[in-house]
Design a protein around this ligand. Structure first.
Ligand SMILES: [Zn+2]
Length: 389
């Protein structure tokens, strides 16, 4: 509800401004309070009492009485779009942009809002045309290019997304570099899918040039090297993740393990995993390390190590691993009890999300490089600690 109030502040401002303008230029015009005050406050009251439909009726009536107020149209159109009534928003913004008397700036604003309506309605071709037109208008260039890039993202036209995103001037330069790296990664993934690893490699180098800190680039470069059977080089690529952001180590532990296994170098694997466990307390590395201890020194040694470790750094997956170790050594009644315990912990793990978007809070069981909810890139991070990956 507060969102709507914020949205309608321009209505108040615009109505007040128009009324003030009228009052100063024509003394016989009604004052702001006389003209729309009671109605406006009635609308606000409905909003405060969570009766948005009645509020919209009031504001629509205000428009009927004074159909020339551009700002009121814009605010009401945005309110409709926010409520999901995109058809009504489109009608308002379209009619506004086609008015012969509308000022150039106001027309651009109406077209920009109309573009957002089309985007929300999934009418991507129409949105694209409008944002392209507006990208040629100085005041709207950045806004229009940002939305145009969103259109290309939705269309999965990554080449055009790279082109339009490159022209945006973000407050933080790192943001468009990071997005561009992801667009190249999308193209590279497609190339890997088509087994065209040479093109994938070139695209990933372009991605790396755009953003040298992109975790996804390191993971995919590692995958390409694996595809080429260059396991040593693949390990080197995967290991970059530890330096870039150790939070994401869980994404490369399994591939690193597989590469060392291919090279039949379990000593290096064990040493590296032990180093990661001590330095970063990463659960995935812990489980891989404990598994090696179990294979090389037996389940009792692995269980002792795990107990010591879990006391300091408890995790559900660690407890699950401990139960597995117990099941290997138990029988009879104790075995049955541990089996039940395994089921219960399994259910707890099933219910947990292991990744969370630090922008909108969306959570999931697997990683998304682009948040499915807020569409931000690189914002889903592996959850650490007790409920960690
Ligand atoms: Zn999000």
């Amino acid at each position: 509800m507060l969102d709507m109030l914020w949205l309608l502040l321009p209505v108040a401002a615009a109505s007040g401004w128009i009324a003030a303008k009228n009052t100063s230029s024509k003394s016989c015009q009604p004052t702001y309070d006389q003209k729309c005050g009671p109605e406006y406050y009635k609308g606000l009251n409905y909003l405060l009492n969570e009766q948005p439909d009645k509020a919209i009726d009031v504001f629509t009536r205000m428009l009927d009485e004074d159909s020339e107020t551009v700002e009121t149209h814009l605010a009401l159109g945005s309110l409709f779009r926010k409520r999901g009534e995109v058809d009504r928003a489109i009608r308002i913004h379209q009619a506004l942009s086609e008015r012969p008397s509308i000022e150039v700036n106001q027309r651009s604003e109406a077209l920009y809002e109309l573009g957002k309506d089309f985007l929300k309605a999934g009418l991507l071709d129409r949105a694209e045309n409008l944002f392209k037109e507006l990208s040629g208008v100085t005041n709207y260039k950045n806004l229009a290019l940002t939305k145009l890039t969103l259109v290309y993202e939705k269309e999965k036209d990554w080449n055009k997304a790279i082109e339009s995103c490159s022209q945006i001037k973000f407050e933080k330069e790192s943001r468009n570099r990071s997005n561009i790296a992801h667009y190249y990664c999308e193209l590279a993934e497609k190339a890997i899918e088509n087994k065209d690893v040479d093109s994938a490699w070139e695209l990933l180098i372009a991605a790396q040039l755009a953003d040298n800190c992109c975790i996804r680039v390191s993971v995919l470069l590692g995958d390409v090297e694996c595809f080429r059977n260059n396991f040593q080089q693949a390990i080197a690529q995967y290991k970059k993740v530890e330096v870039q952001n150790p939070q994401y180590l869980s994404e490369v532990i399994n591939p690193i393990k597989q590469c060392y296994e291919k090279l039949d170098d379990m000593v290096s694997l064990r040493n590296y995993l032990e180093e990661l466990v001590n330095k970063h307390h990463n659960t995935r590395a812990l489980l891989a390390f404990a598994d090696i201890v179990c294979q090389q020194e037996g389940s009792e040694k692995a269980a002792n190590f795990m107990i010591e470790y879990l006391r300091e750094h408890p995790s559900l997956r660690g407890i699950d691993f401990m139960i597995d170790l117990g099941l290997k050594r138990l029988d009879g009644f104790a075995f049955e009890n541990f089996k039940t315990l395994k089921e219960l912990v399994g259910q707890l793990i099933q219910k947990k999300s292991f990744y969370q978007c630090n922008h909108c809070g969306f959570s999931s069981k697997s990683i998304y490089w682009q948040c499915p909810q807020c569409r931000s890139w690189s914002t889903l991070k592996p959850i650490q600690g007790l409920n960690g990956v």
